[in-house]
Write a protein that binds this ligand. Structure first.
Ligand code: URP
Ligand code: ZN
Ligand code: ZN
Length: 459
């Protein structure tokens, strides 16, 4: 199969030019001006922006969590991602405490294989680091899982202590991987949650008040200190606030590099949403939404190069699941649906409103994640011999986000009524047109596992 995309404005992390793209099979064959070739499929991209397929390195599909499962399967979640221009996601495998990494990898692979609509890869969340887990780190890296997630929070469930953390960092560093972290102080949060429950303060607002900024700032600094000591490549997921970013900023003063991801919700939404009775449960996530001043810090952090990635932490639940916590905020499943709207929201709120450049947009939605997590240049750019993962984007089309039109498996939208400028018009994944004007043209099973290379501590 050959495809020619004509006359699009091609944007990569570094380039901005009008040209044609010839695709043969799954990869880009030629990029040039006025290519005159006979092809099976011709796409006129005049007036359109042409981006590399988005990469969302932080999603939770069918994840067992807080007594239920996140509501998007590999099929529905990766399909919704495609609708929104995200062609590859990295999901989190959770090791069960007492069990092996190998067993968890098998369980997650069985769920994903044959079901994913878009491409996917895995991080491994290590929830129980011991001599036996240590022996499996190299094996996971050989399987293409080169990043190891840790939780400094969710005490009694997913959290590991600093002793385990330092041991994991030493081993991962030795084997050429990276340690990533949910950096909040689990003991402090556990104390505050209990205190609020004892005082019968049980509404979603107290979820927010149980995780103040200091819990994230402290843990981010501690994590940076431990990675500085061990030399392990490191990445902080879903950063939300000024205090945490300043911990990373301070680490740069001793010449340390800590990669930082924020998520679309922390750039656009704020904690005032928790002021409404149970409705606030829609945005109960960890860490919680923060203040306007934190949004300012995160946008600045992107432009200062301190924040390299904008993901979603997509962890959707239906309203019925959120109601598990109607009498107690600590039982509300944590997470919100966003996988479908990251690219359009960031374009509209970031590029359109002149907070970030077009090149920066591509960097933080695709290229940096590909580089950091060992997928570049196969993914994350538009280049000869790279996968033809391409988004054709209409920068002027206006539309609004709604549960009535989204494709995620949730019965509410966390962005209901948001007006956005810019729309994903077509998406190609490995050379195949998978989204065409609001229609998905592939079935579940088209998505492939992306075996990642060793991580890069420099990008
Ligand atoms: O609220 C969230 N973030 N849910 C998913 C699990 C996590 O902490 O990333
Ligand atoms: Zn987390
Ligand atoms: Zn997460």
């Amino acid at each position: 199969m050959t495809t020619l995309i004509k006359n699009g404005r091609i944007i990569t992390a570094t380039d901005d030019y009008i040209a044609d793209i010839l695709i043969k099979g799954e990869t880009v064959h030629t990029i040039g001006k006025d290519l005159a070739v006979q092809v099976d499929q011709l796409i006129d991209a005049t007036g359109m922006l042409v981006f590399p397929g988005g990469i969302d390195p932080h999603v939770h599909l069918e994840m067992p969590f807080m007594g239920t499962f996140s509501s998007d399967s590999y099929e529905t979640g990766t399909r919704a991602a495609l609708y929104g221009g995200t062609t590859t996601v990295i999901d989190f495998i959770l090791q069960k405490q007492g069990n092996s990494l190998r067993a968890a990898f098998k369980e997650w692979s069985n769920r994903a294989k044959g079901n994913a609509t878009g491409d996917y890869s895995f991080h491994m969340a290590v929830t129980d680091f011991n001599d036996s887990t240590k022996g499996e780190i190299k094996e996971m890296i050989d399987e293409g899982i080169t990043s190891f997630k840790t939780f400094m929070a969710y005490k009694g469930a997913l959290m590991i202590d600093d002793r385990q953390m330092i041991g994991l960092m030493e081993e991962v560093n030795k084997q050429g991987g990276m340690v990533t972290v949910h950096a909040t102080n689990g003991d402090m949060i556990d104390y505050l949650v209990q205190k609020h429950r004892d005082e019968a303060k049980l509404s979603p607002l107290y979820h927010y008040l149980s995780q103040p900024e200091v819990t994230e700032a402290e843990a981010s600094e501690r994590f940076a200190d431990m990675t500085n000591y061990t030399g392990c490549p490191s990445y902080i997921v879903h950063m939300t606030c000024e205090g945490a970013l300043n911990a990373v900023r301070n680490a740069t003063r001793r010449n340390q590099k800590v990669f930082v991801e924020t998520c679309i919700q922390y750039l656009l939404l704020d904690a005032s949403l928790y002021q409404q009775d149970f409705e606030g449960a829609k945005w109960v996530m960890s860490p919680p939404l923060r203040e306007k001043k934190d949004q300012v810090t995160l946008w600045a952090g992107i432009n200062q190069g301190l924040v390299q990635v904008v993901g979603t932490d997509h962890c959707p639940f239906k309203w019925e699941q959120k109601l598990m916590g109607k009498d107690d905020f600590s039982k509300i499943p944590n997470g919100h649906p966003a996988i479908e709207h990251r690219m359009e929201l960031l374009f509209s709120e970031g590029v359109e409103k002149r907070k970030i450049s077009l090149n920066k947009y591509v960097e933080v939605t695709s290229t940096n994640a590909a580089k950091i997590f060992g997928m570049f240049p196969k993914k994350g750019t538009i280049a000869v011999d790279g996968d033809a993962d391409i988004v054709i984007f209409d920068p002027t089309s206006r539309h609004s986000i709604s549960v009535n039109t989204h494709h995620m498996n949730t019965d509410y939208s966390a962005y209901e009524g948001w007006e956005v400028t810019g729309k994903v018009k077509m998406v190609l994944l490995r050379g195949k047109l998978v989204i065409d004007e609001n229609k998905c043209l592939v079935e579940k099973g088209y998505g492939q596992y992306v075996k990642r290379k060793k991580v890069s501590a420099i990008i």
